[in-house]
Design a protein around this ligand. Structure first.
Ligand code: ADP
Ligand code: MG
Length: 699
């Protein structure tokens, strides 16, 4: 009988701490724990013992295969299944899984993007177990979360630099904490990613080649109803969606994913799911799994889950909010204002570290969320602008202002606010969480980075965030460790940091033109509108220096990533462009032609019957549609030319600029004419389901 009770099913498919403690010998358990918590190297015999238990546990749960589960630079996860079977002399098989197989794998890596890091003849890469993320069973396969590297040690995945960035932050944060008299085992960042998505009927999906090939609609006139009534946001969830969510939650809970909050989002057919936060690399693994399982469960319910950032023009797209904080192994959240003045000073220093990081590395944060899909959202009045700024709320902003000016802080006693002397007021979440237009908002005890696209791996932005904050903390530690008078040095440091970086603070409405003007012209903040604009900044000297000095990336890894990301941008739009050409030539033009034929035939027939009929409707529609087919033809030819021009560039930066400046505008232009033709044609003559049909297909 199937178990229904959530605590009973939770984590049943995870080789988690409960299982380890119950099944491993005390000695093996403690050495593994040390590896997990303190990064101590795992001894061979421990690996053997863990592998044997993992195998037995997995086989008991019906697993027949194992795989190293990793996150190559394609942005999706990869797995290659091997069965546990080994022939036995008696002609049968036994189930085997060794310590070596647990720790290291050698997938053929030649077809994963490497950006020139690994010549194809040296196809081998290897995967290495990340014991800090628990193994789990999915589809009868034991999945071992792993990092993926080339034989020369270059990272070929998103996990390796993420773990390195967490290590960098851990190292610098511990130096700071030590100065405050806090010795901790480790400091880790935590993330709770809120995931948006669309659910549409599978039948509708399959009728739209643009959705099938690109994940978004490339054509479609606006339906009579979109999101203007705000009746979908937090609305009653439709029965089919409820059934999907129930199934999804069950699957996620079995995998130990803390699925928590679910609701309808702003656009019709749009929803959100948020888990409870966890350690960043685990949250990253879980978010990848969540996206995969959402798609799988939707199919089971006759629906398709769209994770594209902008599946439909004219209604909101989907993003992801990266709620991020830093905590010690003792459970202290370093972004939470404390009880005592000393704790507050420590809090303010960490706060400063984040402000400085976001200001100094705006471009890295921006490019960490840059994809062809997300370019449709940022700056389009539904998502934060491409300009990165920080929202702190009035209370905290006033406090920083008071410190900067050695002034009295009105919310407190009428005395100059002294760090290490006065304690700060507690910030209620309510006063900090009001601004939804800010890309980077302080929400009481964490920061919420809201610029991510729904399909982005959260690894990318957390790599940059962790590394940049590690850099601020390093500078502070270098200075404070050598201070003669710690308290006055600390005070000066905080004051100076506020002065230097206050330009990044903005509590106003980020969606306005005035802000864009002020941010770029007055404050000098960067406004990198597209992936083509943003990505090359990865190669800026200051960025490379920082990332390399914290050993988050090597020089060649940075170059390869820039290339892969730009290549991905160009390829994505290239596919979209070709899909448009295909749909226009094979379907739209012939469909309009067919409709024109019936209009023309009707007109001449009607006129032959009576010379009194004017046929105003038929003739005016025909005239406009005929003009439109001419425009469509011209536009599709122009798009074809722009796409074919791309082949002439051998430099990826130039190619991406041409995609931005030539291909995308031509796609937009072509769409405009086709959408107009849709409004003039009969529904019966139209070759694809309309926006209205797709957006309201699930009930
Ligand atoms: P909303 O942004 O919709 O108001 P919340 O702010 O309550 O929702 O939570 C959003 C996400 O933030 C959840 O995934 C939650 O677990 C996560 N979160 C809460 N506290 C922290 C924290 N200290 N560090 C990281 N994430 C957190
Ligand atoms: Mg939120």
């Amino acid at each position: 009988m199937e178990k229904q009770n959530v605590p009973e099913i939770f984590g049943t498919m995870v080789f988690d701490d409960r299982v380890m403690r119950a099944r491993l010998s005390a000695e093996v358990y403690h050495s593994l724990r040390k590896t997990i918590d303190e990064n101590v190297k795992l001894e061979d015999h421990v690996a053997e013992a863990v592998a044997a238990e993992m195998r037995d546990w997995a086989v008991e749960r019906g697993a027949t295969h194992f795989t190293h589960w990793f996150q190559p630079l394609t942005g999706v996860t990869a797995e290659k299944h091997d069965s546990f079977i080994t022939p036995s002399p008696d002609g049968g098989v036994i189930m085997e899984f060794s310590g070596k197989e647990l720790i290291k794998g050698e997938p053929d890596a030649s077809s994963f993007p490497s950006g020139g890091l690994r010549a194809t003849f040296e196809a081998r890469g290897y995967t290495a177990w990340d014991p800090t993320s628990y193994a789990f069973i999915k589809d009868h396969t034991l999945c071992i979360p792993t990092a993926f590297c080339s034989y020369s040690g270059d990272a070929l995945d998103k996990k390796t630099p993420l773990l390195r960035s967490m290590q960098a932050l851990n190292c610098q944060a511990k130096r700071i904490l030590k100065l405050f008299g806090n010795e901790v085992k480790y400091v880790r960042t935590s993330v709770g990613p809120e995931q948006e998505y669309f659910l549409i009927d599978k039948e509708m999906f399959e009728k739209r080649p643009d959705l099938v090939y690109t994940g978004r609609t490339l054509f479609g006139a606006m339906p009579p109803k979109g999101q203007e009534l705000d009746d979908h946001y937090f609305g009653v969830i439709k029965p089919r969606v409820t059934a999907f969510m129930k199934d999804l939650n069950d699957e996620l809970w079995k995998l130990g994913i803390l699925a928590k909050t679910e609701h309808n989002e702003v656009a019709p057919a749009q929803h959100e799911l948020a888990p409870i936060f966890s350690t960043t690399n685990v949250a990253t693994d879980h978010n990848q799994l969540m996206m995969e399982i959402m798609q799988k469960v939707a199919r089971k319910h006759g629906m398709v889950c769209l994770l594209h950032e902008k599946p439909f023009a004219g209604v909101n797209g989907s993003g992801k909010h990266n709620n991020w904080s830093i905590a010690t192994d003792t459970g202290v959240n370093l972004l939470s204002p404390g009880e005592t003045p000393y704790e507050n000073a420590q809090f303010l220093l960490f706060l400063c570290a984040v402000l400085q990081a976001v200001d100094d590395y705006q471009d890295l944060l921006r490019l960490s969320v840059a994809t062809a899909g997300n370019d449709h959202r940022l700056g389009a009045n539904e998502a934060p602008p491409a300009i990165i700024s920080v929202f702190l709320g009035d209370e905290l902003t006033d406090i920083l202002e008071a410190i900067k000016n050695d002034a009295t802080y009105v919310g407190k006693e009428k005395e100059i606010l002294k760090l290490g002397v006065h304690s700060l007021p507690r910030f209620s979440k309510d006063t900090t969480d009001r601004n939804r237009t800010s890309p980077f908002a302080f929400t009481g005890n964490k920061f919420e980075f809201r610029s991510l696209g729904s399909s982005n791996s959260i690894a990318c932005c957390n790599i940059m965030l962790n590394a940049a904050v590690a850099e601020s903390l390093k500078q502070y530690a270098d200075r404070l460790e050598n201070a003669k008078d710690f308290e006055s040095e600390l005070h000066d440091l905080i004051k100076e940091t506020i002065k230097q970086h206050e330009r990044i603070l903005f509590n106003g409405n980020g969606y306005t033109d005035e802000w864009v003007e002020e941010a770029t012209k007055v404050r000098g903040l960067s406004n990198l509108k597209t992936t083509a604009d943003a990505m090359p900044h990865l190669l800026d000297e200051k960025n490379m220096k920082m990332l390399m000095s914290h050993k988050v990336f090597t020089e060649s890894e940075i170059h390869s990533r820039c290339e892969i990301m730009l290549e991905n941008y160009c390829k994505t739009i290239n596919i979209e462009g070709h899909t448009m050409v295909d749909m226009v030539r094979k379907n739209y033009l012939p469909a309009i032609e067919g409709y024109l034929y019936s209009l023309a035939k009707t007109t001449s027939l009607m006129k032959s019957v009576s010379d009194k009929v004017k046929c105003n409707y038929e003739i005016s529609t025909m005239e406009r549609l005929s003009e439109l087919t001419d425009e469509i033809l011209k536009s599709v030819e122009a798009l074809e030319q722009a796409l074919s021009d791309l082949k002439t560039f051998d430099d990826i930066i130039k190619t991406s600029e041409s995609v931005r400046d030539h291909v995308l505008p031509k796609m937009e232009n072509l769409r405009k004419y086709v959408d107009e033709a849709e409004m003039l044609s009969s529904e019966k003559s139209w070759p694809f389901p309309s926006y209205g049909k797709i957006l309201f297909s699930v009930y």
